[in-house]
Design a protein around this ligand. Structure first.
Ligand code: FMN
Length: 192
């Protein structure tokens, strides 16, 4: 796929087909993505791909996190249960949850370099996935900031930051593109 078309046609996918993406395809997508620019050749990205039977306990841990963070406060028990059950069912409908995390550098410049490299990696994953007919949703939901959730994923929050959970699978529905601002409003050529 031509690069401009790949960038322009990729969409964030919220609705996935139930079948898994072949593991060899996912491996090849993540391998290609690792050609992202990375200062100091740190290659800061680390990935846990939650899939198959692991999704059930993952969904459980996500809803526990929402409850811990107070997202269901003010609702009675029955409403809370329904809300959490809805979230669980939605998560169970997504074949792969790629938790993408990185070591936390103490120095802000190094931290930001690594964060930027991981973001470039994530977009590479999205574009390569798209070129294989695989969709993704870059998510930054509140649970990625929940230290207890991080620990429950085997990721020590003192040492690592979860950058995103990239939800992945074959798209069931591809949304319409959202318009972009004409770039002339964003880019200025400064000549003198
Ligand atoms: C850093 C980042 C975080 C995002 N977090 C979420 C998210 O938590 N939930 C979500 O539905 N979309 C999330 N998105 C996807 C954007 O909403 C999406 O890219 C935007 O609506 C444009 O749609 P498109 O990707 O189909 O062009 C995120 C995107 C980025 C870059």
């Amino acid at each position: 796929m031509e690069i401009y078309e790949a960038i322009k046609q990729r969409r964030s996918i919220h609705d996935f087909k139930p079948q898994n993406v072949e593991e060899s395809k996912l491996t090849s997508i993540f391998a290609g993505a690792s050609w992202a620019p990375t200062h100091r050749m740190k290659e800061p990205w680390e990935v846990h791909i939650i899939q198959n039977k692991a999704v059930a306990s993952y969904a459980e841990r996500v809803t526990e996190s929402y409850l811990r963070l107070g997202y269901a406060e003010g609702y009675d028990n029955d409403k809370q249960r329904k809300l959490m059950e809805g979230i669980k069912q939605h998560l169970l409908s997504i074949p792969h949850h790629a938790i993408i995390y990185m070591e936390k550098e103490k120095d802000l410049r190094l931290f930001e370099e690594d964060y930027a490299a991981v973001c470039a990696f994530i977009q590479n994953v999205q574009l390569l996935a798209w070129s294989h007919g695989v969709g993704g949703l870059w998510t930054t939901n509140p649970y990625i900031y929940d230290r207890e959730f991080s620990r429950s994923c085997g990721i020590d929050p003192d040492l690592y930051k979860i950058v995103s959970v990239l939800q992945m699978g074959y798209p069931n529905r591809i949304p319409q593109p959202k318009r972009r601002t004409p770039i002339e409003q964003k880019v200025n050529f400064i000549n003198d």
